[in-house]
Design a protein around this ligand. Structure first.
Ligand code: B12
Length: 439
């Protein structure tokens, strides 16, 4: 019988871990004995807690109203017919109808619009707070440029999708659009859904709507969401239909209503991260970034000046910067990684040493470092390297399938921090000698 209590506890990385860079889904998580590794188990619980929090986070309706009014957009504050959040979750039917007060508010407004735009917390107020303040003004501007009349924006607390049918019916709008917080997923507690319905009226069913899903940073960008909505609105009004009768055949580069898209106020937030090789003009910014990343870093003595930026500079000057990649977002550098040649035992070439890896302090924990490591590994593999060695935290680097080897050493560094990833059959054996720029 095996002795479970004395078996060594070792985290085994999954050989498919490399594929994780393509998805936020939980694949290739590795294992520890017959269980999840602790880091994976904790990260699952964190994501689950974030999803639950998103459902219960209150909708700051007045705050959103204030920000829209400041942008010159008229809006009204409404609520559905549910009595509170618990009832919202258990009685979706009540979330599809307006409260009596809200009906009265709408009845007091002008009638007859091309479009009524509603914003509802749905199942994630967080999704609305992160996306609607930029999305709504861009939509209102786009519809205005196209000469369409838009009703005051309706901000609805405890809303379900179908609440926009009643709003559209009362306001006698040709088309209703509702932005709503989607049911949170484990990797996306902040996704906003956009539903549009031609000839909205109470009792209409979902096959008569179109849905644009997963609008968020890291999902469908705000700019693409606005463009897709513009296309669907244009087509719905032209054909007089929505839902299953309205197909999404948007051509690449399509400009809704033949006009350039309104600029989103913070298009920087919208810009995806790019990983690319360093250019000459990046050099001063890379040094500043590496310095900032390692200032007051726990691996340095308190108050000690970082040296990582100097290592990168010396490597570059000595021609030892085999690979230098930067992460760029919205035109600024957010991270940097270096690979340099290393000797491993008797093997004088073929091995590369990974590091330093630096990310701007305020952006750490967002996956920038991981993206840099993955891209650097891909480049090293493609270039035919024997493998990559590094000195670092095994907890972090095990996700890329780095591990320590009994046969591998680095002078003065405890064995557990000396890690390697061989790309072929050759095992990393002997002492690692880094480039002289590290001395
Ligand atoms: C829950 C859900 C469902 C449930 C809805 C019932 C319920 N009681 O909530 C069920 C399982 C029935 C369902 C079915 C379908 N769904 Co669905 N669903 C979702 C999910 C996971 C959450 C929706 C949500 O949070 N809405 C917000 C809440 C606050 O509003 P609500 O009023 O409670 O929800 C209503 C709408 O979401 C609507 N709805 C649900 N799915 C769809 C799909 C379309 C095209 C439309 C117009 C409406 C709609 O039904 C709900 C009740 O009226 C989303 C994924 C996501 N994260 O958004 C996919 C999602 C919206 N569904 C999708 C699809 C494709 C479908 C189906 C067409 C699948 C199929 N082939 O049968 C059907 C269509 C059903 C319909 N109503 O016409 C796609 C839509 C893709 C798109 N861009 O058009 C999504 C985005 C999933 C995905 N990533 O593919 N769905």
């Amino acid at each position: 019988m095996s002795d479970r209590t004395t078996a060594p506890v070792t985290v085994c990385a999954d050989p498919w871990a490399e594929l994780r860079r393509f998805t936020a889904a939980r694949i290739a998580v590795g294992r520890s004995g017959s269980s999840l590794p602790l880091a994976e188990s904790l990260s699952f619980r964190l994501d689950h807690a974030r999803a639950r929090d998103a459902v219960h986070t209150p909708f700051r309706r007045a705050e959103l109203a204030e920000s829209l009014r400041t942008a010159g957009i008229a809006c009204v504050e409404l609520e559905s017919g549910v009595g509170g959040r618990e009832e919202y979750l258990t009685r979706p039917d009540k979330g599809r109808r307006l409260s009596e007060r809200s009906v009265a508010v709408l009845q007091g407004l002008d009638k007859g619009f091309d479009i009524c735009l509603a914003v509802g917390d749905g199942l994630s107020a967080r999704a609305i707070h992160e996306n609607a303040p930029d999305f709504v003004p861009a939509c209102v501007r786009m519809f205005g440029q196209a000469g369409l009349s838009v009703a005051p924006v309706c901000l609805v607390e405890n809303a379900r999708v179908a609440v926009a049918d009643e709003i559209g019916e009362i306001l006698r709008a040709r088309l209703s659009v509702i932005l709503i917080g989607e049911r949170p997923g484990l990797s996306s507690p902040n996704s906003m859904g956009v539903y549009l319905t031609m000839n909205p009226r109470v009792g209409i069913t979902d096959e008569a709507r179109n849905c644009i899903s997963n609008v968020r940073e890291g999902g469908l960008s705000l700019a693409e969401g606005v463009r897709k909505l513009g296309y669907l609105v244009e087509e719905a009004l032209r054909l007089g239909v929505s839902g299953v009768a309205l197909k999404d055949r948007m051509a690449p580069g399509h400009l809704p209503f033949g006009k350039p898209l309104p600029k989103l106020p913070d298009s920087g937030k919208d810009t995806a991260m790019i990983i690319r090789k360093e250019k000459g003009v990046d050099v001063p910014e890379i040094s500043r970034l590496q310095h900032a990343a390692f200032l007051n870093h726990p691996q340095h003595a308190p108050g000690a000046e970082p040296t990582e930026h100097l290592i990168v500079e010396r490597l570059r000057q000595a021609g030892g910067l085999t690979l230098s990649l930067v992460a760029e977002e919205g035109g600024r550098l957010t991270g940097h990684i270096a690979l340099s040649p290393a000797r491993v035992g008797d093997c004088a070439d073929g091995w590369l040493l990974l590091g330093p890896v630096g990310v701007l302090p305020e952006l750490q924990g967002r996956g920038i470092g991981s993206a840099l490591v993955r891209e650097a590994l891909r480049e090293a593999r493609d270039a035919g390297a024997c493998g990559v060695v590094l000195v670092g935290d095994s907890e972090f680097y095990s996700r890329f399938v780095f591990r320590s080897y009994e046969t591998l050493r680095y002078a003065g560094v405890p064995q557990m921090y000396v890690l390697a990833m061989p790309f072929g059959e050759e095992m990393p054996t002997g002492e690692i000698s880094a480039h002289s720029a590290f001395c």
